[in-house]
Design a protein around this ligand. Structure first.
Ligand SMILES: NC(=O)c1ccc[n+]([C@@H]2O[C@H](COP(=O)([O-])OP(=O)(O)OC[C@H]3O[C@@H](n4cnc5c(N)ncnc54)[C@H](OP(=O)(O)O)[C@@H]3O)[C@@H](O)[C@H]2O)c1
Length: 236
């Protein structure tokens, strides 16, 4: 499959590398332009392109950039992209640590609903609730005991089915996270967030989440990250 990856950092880089290894034709873009990705692209087996060309790459596009940067993407980026193209949003909104306040989300819009609104194209939420290190190291073949499960949320069943296949190919058990209106269940700090759970435990965690606690979950997750960053600084 032809896949465009927008974002070549921790997550975009790992996804591009693994997808290229699986035989997909991967194009990759960052904010600084394709020239800055020449060496990395060659090493990972992906073609460096502009953001505009990554969005037009083909059947599937992965957006792997900080949430606040989504508002900086070229306007009309997806205007001529066919509705059949699956766009995966892997972003997590971190208002205090990175993104600054996005008022629509603070007022109750879900992270991925805001992303879909910004880009003007439906999105599937996936890969947001696994840390880069686990994505890099913990994929295993189907049927292996302890295989980590990843939830996939979105409104199109066909698009979700395509993402389920990708998740499986990458070494994880796909779990249906419901429609996009349920995607808050896998947002930062929820029981289903970055716990490396197996499928049954992930389904349980998704169902145990409390919609009234979205902001609290997020704040708790930011506090955890802050604490772990402080501990790392002490170790250094
Ligand atoms: N790291 C994790 O463990 C993890 C796990 C799950 C989800 N996520 C989410 O995944 C997203 C990416 O995280 P990351 O850790 O991979 O970030 P990262 O390592 O900081 O990489 C960010 C990438 O986004 C690119 N970028 C920034 N603004 C851009 C723009 N306007 N247009 C095109 N590219 C742009 C950067 O390109 P330049 O370097 O050229 O600016 C860089 O390649 C975030 O939303 C994050 O919350 C992260």
């Amino acid at each position: 499959m032809r896949i465009g990856v927008i974002g070549a950092g921790s997550m975009g880089g790992i996804l591009a590398r693994h997808l290229a290894k699986l035989g997909h034709q991967v194009s990759i873009a960052n904010s600084r332009g394709p020239e800055s990705l020449t060496a990395l692209g060659a090493e990972m087996g992906a073609t460096p392109v502009s953001v505009i060309d990554a969005a037009k790459a083909g059947g599937l596009v992965i957006i792997a950039i900080p949430t606040r940067a989504i508002a900086d993407l070229p306007s009309a980026l997806f205007v001529n992209v066919p509705s059949s193209v699956v766009v995966i949003d892997i972003s997590n909104y971190h208002p205090e640590l990175r993104d600054g306040r996005i008022h629509a989300i603070d007022r109750g819009m879900l992270d991925s609903q805001w992303v879909a609104q910004q880009i003007g194209h439906p999105v599937i939420k996936a890969f947001n609730n696994i840390f880069a290190k686990s994505l890099l190291e913990k994929g295993v073949p189907r049927g292996r005991k302890g295989r980590i499960a990843l939830s996939v949320a979105g409104d199109s069943l066909d698009a979700k089915a395509a993402v389920f296949r990708l998740v499986d190919d990458l070494g994880f058990d796909p779990v249906d996270g419901g429609d996009l209106d349920n995607s808050w269940r896998q947002q930062p700090g929820t029981p289903a967030y970055c716990q490396d759970l197996e499928a049954a435990a992930l389904r349980r965690a998704l169902s145990e989440a409390d919609r009234n606690r979205i902001a609290e979950y997020r704040a708790e997750q930011e506090a955890r990250i802050r604490k772990s960053m402080a501990a790392q600084r002490v170790e250094e």
